[in-house]
Design a protein around this ligand. Structure first.
Ligand SMILES: [Zn+2]
Ligand SMILES: [Zn+2]
Length: 126
């Protein structure tokens, strides 16, 4: 059973989804119109035949930042694009790991053993 309200809601959801898809594909279309079909890293050239291997990279890694002048876009082949992102992941990964890797002071207290050693040591005879 479908009420008129449900049908209207379905249409709104469908339209919202479609416009989001168009927006995502929109920047790719625009970037491909704006820039020559050449990878910005390895200078590999592309044609319609292999155009799907040419991707649009966001220089600031923010995919919703799509200024109309294209200043946030860079055309990269899938390999260079992958490389670009793994480099970024490595960089942030290392610093995150570095921060996480430091154990809490309580578990790595170098004096904990010393203290127990001192406590166990028999008092010095006078
Ligand atoms: Zn490339
Ligand atoms: Zn990218």
């Amino acid at each position: 059973m479908t009420t008129p309200n449900d049908a209207k809601l379905d249409r709104i959801v469908a339209e919202a989804r479609r416009s989001a898809e168009q927006r995502d594909q929109g920047y790719r279309e625009r970037a491909l119109k704006m820039y020559p079909w050449v990878c910005g890293r390895c200078a590999r050239e592309f044609t319609r035949a292999n155009l799907r291997e040419l991707t649009v990279h966001h220089r600031n890694h923010n995919h919703s930042d799509n200024p109309p002048d294209g200043s946030n876009w860079e055309l990269l082949c899938v390999y260079c694009h992958d490389n670009e992102h793994s480099r970024q992941a490595d960089y942030t990964g290392v610093s995150a790991l570095d921060a996480e890797d430091k154990p809490p002071a309580a578990t790595s207290n170098p004096f904990a053993d010393l203290k127990s050693l001192l406590g166990k040591r028999p008092p010095k005879d006078g």
